[in-house]
Design a protein around this ligand. Structure first.
Ligand code: GDP
Length: 404
């Protein structure tokens, strides 16, 4: 009886042991597979660099991201999960900016809309028929309201008066022709409006971008980088506006979108001259075509500006001559903008002007006024907040847009 009972107990225990063994085996099999994962897909390399980083180090290396290969052995030992196809470094999805040519044609309607007050107002006055003294005063007032400046407005009225007198007509098409010719002469198509952006004597061209904060300076540097990338230039950005907290991030974002590296400092309030120096050095080492340096535009007083910008200029010139100084002016600020231009021109040798926000003002005459004041050409115009809303300035297209 007892012997029979023991036999049954032994049989049950044996069956239980076999069952447990099988279950553990199965679970192990599954668990083993789960620990072996394919390597993570590679990330696009970061293009933003910081001075002082080991060469070739991206910002992400600090955090261990951006690693392209999995630890050895992890993939190959698992037959159930075949090793994935060899990993190609992912092509970073950079934007392709619109080519510089033809930008103004696209933006012309915007220019015409914002400046129509000048063209329409003038043509209505001039083709009214009888042009007495009061009518000519109205013509002059319209030009002054468009910020053409008293000198240019006086010249234009004198020229138109003579032509009306000599030809004896106020036919709208004829008057439009005169106006076009006179405005074009004032805008001066003979000025050299090219931006220095090619390597000079085996080194990158250096462009310093200056202007009061709020004029659209940082945005302009970002947009200009796109113009240059569209022209196949290798560009480096220098974020030397170290006083405005977000300026360096803003600039790096512009650069990242088109694969352009940004040299910046980790520290807010760092010495702008040191950042500018690092940017020029990096551009030289990278054999870039051009380096664009954003600066701070704190216009408390001229002495401050002179100290800050003067130092940036001197420090850059230890490495390289500066080929271009672009002054950014907000077209909507009128006389204030002209005053800013005067102060900056005393501190640095401005070689070109960028007029921003021309889309938001009927004061296109500022183009003429500022060129006369500084004797340097408007080279680029900002006509909106879109990334490709910066266009090389074309005098004929500009005048045609005003008179549309
Ligand atoms: P910064 O302080 O001079 O560097 O100025 P930002 O570059 O930060 O620009 C100030 C503001 O002006 C931003 O909101 C820009 O989008 C805007 N802005 C810049 N250029 C233009 C332009 O041509 N047209 C318009 N409508 N806005 C612009």
């Amino acid at each position: 009886m007892f012997a029979e009972l023991w036999q049954w107990i032994l049989l049950v225990v044996a069956i239980a042991l076999v069952g447990v063994g099988l279950t553990v085996g199965l679970l192990r099999g599954r668990g083993g597979r789960a620990t072996r994962l394919p390597p993570a897909a590679p990330r696009a390399p970061q293009v933003t660099t910081r001075p002082g980083m080991p060469s070739g180090g991206g910002a992400d290396d600090e955090h261990g991201a951006g690693v392209l290969t999995a630890p050895p052995g992890e993939v190959a030992t698992t037959p159930a999960l075949e090793a994935p196809a060899p990993l190609e470094p992912a092509e970073p999805a950079y934007e392709r900016p619109e080519s510089a040519r033809g930008r103004l044609a696209r933006l012309r309607a915007r220019l015409a809309r914002s400046n129509s007050a000048i063209g329409k107002g003038l043509l209505a006055l001039l083709s009214r028929g009888r042009l007495d003294e009061a009518a000519w005063e109205d013509v002059e007032d319209t030009l002054l309201l468009a910020d053409l400046g008293p000198e240019a407005a006086g010249e234009l009225v004198a020229s138109l008066r003579t032509q009306v007198k000599v030809e004896g007509t106020t036919d709208e098409d004829v008057v439009r022709g005169w106006l076009r010719e006179d405005l074009l002469r004032l805008v001066d198509p003979s000025m050299d409006r090219r931006v220095a952006s090619s390597r000079v004597a085996g080194r990158p061209a250096v462009i310093l971008v200056v202007g009061v904060n709020g004029t659209g300076k940082t945005t302009t540097v970002g947009k200009l980088a796109r113009v240059l990338v569209a022209e196949d230039r290798d560009v480096v950005l220098g974020a030397a506006d170290t006083f405005r907290a977000a300026a360096a991030d803003q600039l790096a974002t512009w650069g990242d979108r088109v694969g352009v590296p940004t040299i910046r400092s980790d520290r807010e309030g760092a010495d702008p001259a040191a950042v500018a120096f690092d940017a020029v050095r990096a551009a030289t080492e990278l054999e870039a075509d051009v380096v664009l340096i954003d600066t701070a535009g704190r216009l408390h007083n001229k002495t401050n500006l002179m100290d800050e910008l003067g130092k940036v200029k001197r420090v850059i010139e230890k490495l390289s001559p500066i080929d271009e100084v672009l002054l950014v002016l907000d077209a909507t600020t009128g006389q204030n903008g002209l005053e800013q231009a005067r102060v900056f021109a005393e501190v640095v040798d401005v070689t070109g002007i960028v007029l921003t926000k021309l889309d938001g003002t009927a004061k296109g005459g500022i183009v003429v006024a500022v060129q006369r004041k500084l004797g340097v050409p408007v080279k680029l115009v900002g006509l909106g907040e879109g990334p490709d809303d910066l266009a090389p300035f074309d005098p004929a297209a500009f005048v045609d847009a005003i008179l549309e």
